[in-house]
Design a protein around this ligand. Structure first.
Ligand SMILES: Cc1ncc(COP(=O)(O)O)c(C=O)c1O
Length: 377
């Protein structure tokens, strides 16, 4: 059996969790949250806050953007519901833009046409940990005075032009969900470029109070300043993440070696025109979050999924376009609006990729795929 994804938990994570439990580090913003935050500060994210999920990181970002009913935000349709939910919860309307068929990310050349006087935010998504074309997107944002909130949920460990993903946006949101490269079960984070917004975020994240300043001895009592929520994760979960961060390079390099093995071994099938491998633009170093292939038709994709399943290999498809989903259609979208998104998402298949896999597992997956095509599929 080769699972599509598996968390990798070692004695290191277990010992930190026990320490958190033994030392009453149950609620948020304690020792392990601080250790994780320091780690990310060192890594390059100077303003960094852990959150309860990637979704709540996006919701915090949406609050910070001051987006409101009547406003619009630009977003790819090929993404997770959370990317759009966060801004729709503030009453804003999603404006879906096509993807680039090589990266599966928002097509930066198609953004400007969708900007109206109501547009407030551009929300690019780094699919599979492959960065969007941030210089192009930022140029458009600057020209139209828009905020850029990057959904980098899948992109911890990825880089854009040599810098960690997210640093080129006003705000970036990350996920440490169980399925991500670095996991804490449920969890996430935001990076916030502007110091004033960072100060606001600290208040919003703590139920709208300046409790954090109080805990740090900066004020002698704390009070309610803004409309906020509870967006800080338990230190027990941060303890898991801290364990994962101790193995950051090891996890990243092992995933990359599996990804590269898939890429090399599948070359003959691409040369024969049977499938297409991911395309990595020269401006990005990716984090091997997902290895996907594009089949020639939806039927071929579904048949290969089934064939792999029959051989105890769990592969999966990915996002169903948001604009054709029932809610997308309530917002006036319809099938046919974004033909590239619809076509490519119907042909995309993700292969198993996780830290517990070996090169032999990749070879096994390959042999099953090869066998599928041999039988005239
Ligand atoms: C692109 C994208 N955005 C947001 C999220 C939400 O993250 P979380 O599951 O941590 O809430 C995900 C989760 O898979 C995602 O893939």
């Amino acid at each position: 059996m080769i699972n599509f994804t598996e968390p990798s938990i070692t004695d290191q994570e277990k010992s930190y969790v026990l320490d958190a439990l033994d030392n009453n580090l149950l609620s948020g913003d304690k020792k392990y949250t601080k250790l994780c935050t320091d780690w990310f500060n060192n890594y390059g994210y100077d303003n960094f806050l852990l959150t309860t999920s990637g979704s709540s990181a996006l919701e915090l970002a949406a609050i910070l953007s001051k987006i409101q009913p009547g406003d619009e935000f630009i977003v790819p349709s090929f993404t997770f519901s959370s990317t759009a939910n966060a801004f729709m919860l503030r009453g804003a309307k999603p404006i879906f833009v096509e993807i680039n068929p090589y990266t599966m990310n928002i097509d930066a050349d198609k953004i400007e046409d969708k900007i109206t006087p109501n547009t407030k935010v551009i929300v690019p998504v780094d699919y599979a940990g492959i960065s969007c074309d941030m210089d192009k997107i930022n140029k458009i944002a600057q020209k139209h005075n828009l905020m850029v909130i990057e959904d980098a949920a899948q992109a911890i460990g990825s880089k854009y032009k040599g810098r960690p993903c997210g640093l080129n946006s006003d705000i970036a949101c990350f996920s440490f969900h169980e399925t991500k490269n670095f996991a804490m079960g449920e969890g996430g984070a935001v990076y916030i470029k502007n110091d004033k917004l960072m100060a606001e975020a600290e208040i919003i994240r703590e139920k709208g109070t300046n409790r954090k300043q109080f805990l740090h001895g900066q004020v002698n009592k704390y009070s309610w300043y803004m409309i906020g929520s509870s967006i800080l994760p338990s230190d027990v979960l941060a303890a898991i993440l801290y364990g994962q961060l101790q193995r950051f390079d090891k996890i990243l390099s092992h995933r990359l070696s599996l990804w590269n093995k898939y890429f090399d071994i599948l070359e003959p099938l691409e040369s024969s025109g049977l499938l297409r491998r991911p395309h990595i633009p020269s401006y990005t170093e990716h984090n091997a979050h997902i290895f996907f292939v594009l089949l020639n038709s939806e039927t071929a994709r579904n048949k290969l999924l089934y064939h792999l399943k029959e051989h105890d290999i769990t592969a999966t498809f990915h996002y169903l376009p948001l604009h054709t989903a029932p809610l997308g259609q309530k917002y006036g979208c319809k099938p046919g609006d974004l033909p590239i998104t619809e076509d490519y998402s119907s042909r995309l298949l993700r292969l198993p990729l996780h830290y517990n896999m070996t090169n032999a597992d990749v070879e096994k997956v390959y042999s099953i795929i090869k066998d599928f095509f041999k039988n005239d599929n």
